[in-house]
Structure formats: C-alpha cells, structure tokens
Design a protein around this ligand. Structure first.
Ligand SMILES: Nc1ncnc2c1ncn2[C@@H]1O[C@H](COP(=O)(O)OP(=O)(O)OP(=O)(O)O)[C@@H](O)[C@H]1O
Ligand SMILES: [Mg+2]
Length: 312
C-alpha cells in the first residue's frame, strides 16, 4: 500500500474516531460498579488498568470489566481506547464489546467479552515456546486481525502475548485486546522511551529532537515477527532494539550478511522456512519489511528444525 493511501485511510480513521468520541462522551453511564454488577475475580492487571470478571446482577451475564483509575487516566484517552475497541470488535480475532462505557466515582470502565483461558503469556514455556500447531494458529489469526485493523486506517502498536486472549488451550480461538496504544496511520509518534523487545528499531533509534515518525503497518509486522520468535523458542530474540543490546547487534549483522554461520544461537531451533519468514518480518529497514500476509505462505511448512537434520 502506498504512503499516500495510508495517510488518507489514517485521516478518515481519525475523523471517524473523533465523531464517535464526542457521541460516546454524551452517553457515558454514571454508576457505581457494584450497583449493577457483581465482581467475581480479577482477570488481569496491566500498566494502566485492572480487568475484573463481573456478572450482571439481574441477568447473570458474565463479562470482563476494564477499570481505569480516574486519577491516572484522561477521559479523552479512556474514550479513545473504548471507541477504537468498539470500532474493531466485529472481527472474529478481536475482542467483542458490549457497547457499555461507565464512569464511577473512582474509575472509567467498559464491558467486554471475558476470556476464561487467560492470555498467551500464560502458556509460553520459557526456553521452549508453545507447540508448533498452536503457534501457526496464533500467527494466522493475528495476521487476519492486524490486516483488518490496518484496512481501517489504524496501527495496533501493542502486539505482545499479554494482549492476546485465549478462548481454548490449543489456540483455535484467540482474540486481540487492549487498544490503548492504537493510532491512525500517519500519526507522528515521538520516539519511545520504554523500549521493549517488540519495539521496532526505527522507534528506538531516534533522538528527542526529531519531529516524530509517521507510523504505519510495518510497526505491527515487526512486533508480530518478535512474537512468533517467542512462540517458537521461548526466548526473546533481544531485550531491546538498540546497539547496546549484543543480541540485537548480532541479529543486525546476520540480517546484513545473510550467512548461515552468523545466525544467532537462539535461532537454531527454527527451520529454514521459519528463518526466512522472520527475516522478512524483521527487516531492519521498515520499507523493506515483508507485509504481514507473507506469513500465510509459510503456514504449511515446518517452523521448527528437524532435530536430526541439525545434529542434535
Ligand atoms: N477480556 C479479558 N478476559 C480475560 N483476561 C483479560 C481480559 N482483558 C484483559 N485481561 C487480562 O488483563 C491483562 C491487562 O489487560 P490490558 O492489557 O487491557 O490492560 P492494560 O493496563 O492496558 O495493559 P498494558 O500494561 O499492556 O497497557 C491482560 O494482559 C490479560 O491478561
Ligand atoms: Mg495490555
């Protein structure tokens, strides 16, 4: 997709969201959570909020409730996350919403589908990952969900196992959640301070002086590459995409040389097909990065190396 096309889609997405935001702010329901809902247990916690399992007092319907403390959350940011989630929730691999946003004395909150099998991080075995069929099911559903988000002019920006919810143990049904960082394509993004393994190098590279990077779908392609690596190996490929991280430096060297002997150690359990797929998703230069859907052509090939062939 051309950059011009990206920008039109991004501008349209922005205009639509602003409209939704205004209307939603007029329809925020004021109530104390326990008036209408019974809190059953905590489902999870993130940097910004807490998610609890609730049931509707009269009807018994189980739902997830994401609570964001008013003290640390701007109303606009809450509404933004809610509206983005609502606008994307029709996709089968994106969490379903109930269309209810509330304001209590302490919190903003919204009701959505509860995932009773927790998130992807809970099944990744350190130093091993998850079974290959499950990794492929995840990759396939995530490509579809992210492509859908991109087709709506948005960039997700937070692909990581904590944000991928499981509806069964074998990953036949997974759903993306947490749209707090999602932005329209073309949004200028100041370079990030909290660099994590999923942060694309173009975001961690710059200095505070640059005007900002117009974001596009290639950020999500990078993060999906890192995620698939984690699913297959149980390791992060690096801690951060900065020259001071020797794992990242070794990877960049191999990306440039393409020589088998430069392949970093933790990549060895991967098949040649998986390596070539990840090399596309993890192209250091964003314009050379493979589109997400390049993953689809690798789904019917092995992703882990035959133990025998590699001499283990
Ligand atoms: N609908 C749900 N069903 C089950 N568990 C959920 C649900 N939504 C969230 N969780 C759990 O709660 C955690 C935090 O939720 P979420 O990612 O939305 O919060 P956050 O504060 O925005 O997170 P972050 O720190 O990534 O910004 C998730 O990682 C997941 O484990
Ligand atoms: Mg999260």
């Amino acid at each position: 997709m051309s950059l011009a096309m990206d920008l039109t889609l991004g501008t349209e997405a922005q205009a639509l969201l602003e409209e939704m935001l205004k209307i939603t702010s007029q329809n925020l329901v004021h109530m104390e959570v326990t008036e209408h809902y019974q809190i059953i247990k905590e489902l999870g916690k993130g940097k910004y909020g807490q998610v609890v399992l609730v049931t509707h007092r009269q009807r018994g319907t189980p739902m997830a409730l994401k609570l964001l403390p008013k003290a640390s959350t701007k109303l606009q940011n809450f509404l933004y996350e809610y509206c983005v989630a609502l606008s994307l929730s029709a996709h089968p691999a994106i969490i379903g919403m109930f269309g209810i946003a509330i304001e209590s004395s302490q919190h903003y909150g919204f009701l959505y589908e509860a995932a009773l099998h927790r998130d992807l991080i809970s099944i990744i075995k350190p130093k091993a990952g998850i079974p290959e069929p499950a990794a492929k099911l995840c990759a396939k559903q995530l490509v579809s969900a992210l492509d859908f988000i991109h087709s709506r002019g948005l960039v997700y920006r937070d692909v990581k196992p904590e944000n991928i919810l499981l509806f069964d143990r074998h990953c036949h049904c997974i759903k993306l959640t947490d749209f707090g960082l999602t932005r329209p394509q073309g949004t200028l993004l100041r370079l990030v301070t909290g660099v994590i393994p999923y942060t694309a190098p173009e975001l961690s590279r710059g200095t505070g002086d640059t005007p900002g990077l117009p974001i596009d779908a290639s950020l999500d392609a990078w993060a999906l590459g890192v995620l698939i690596f984690c699913l297959l190996t149980g390791y992060f490929p690096w801690e951060k995409t900065l020259p001071e991280d020797s794992f990242f430096e070794d990877f960049v060297e191999w990306q440039e040389s393409g020589l088998d002997e430069d392949l970093p150690f933790h990549w060895r359990p991967l098949s040649n097909d998986a390596i070539s797929m990840l090399r596309k998703l993890l192209a250091v230069e964003p314009s050379k990065r493979g589109p997400l859907r390049c993953v689809l052509s690798y789904l019917d090939r092995p992703w882990r190396a035959e133990m025998v062939a590699k001499g283990h």
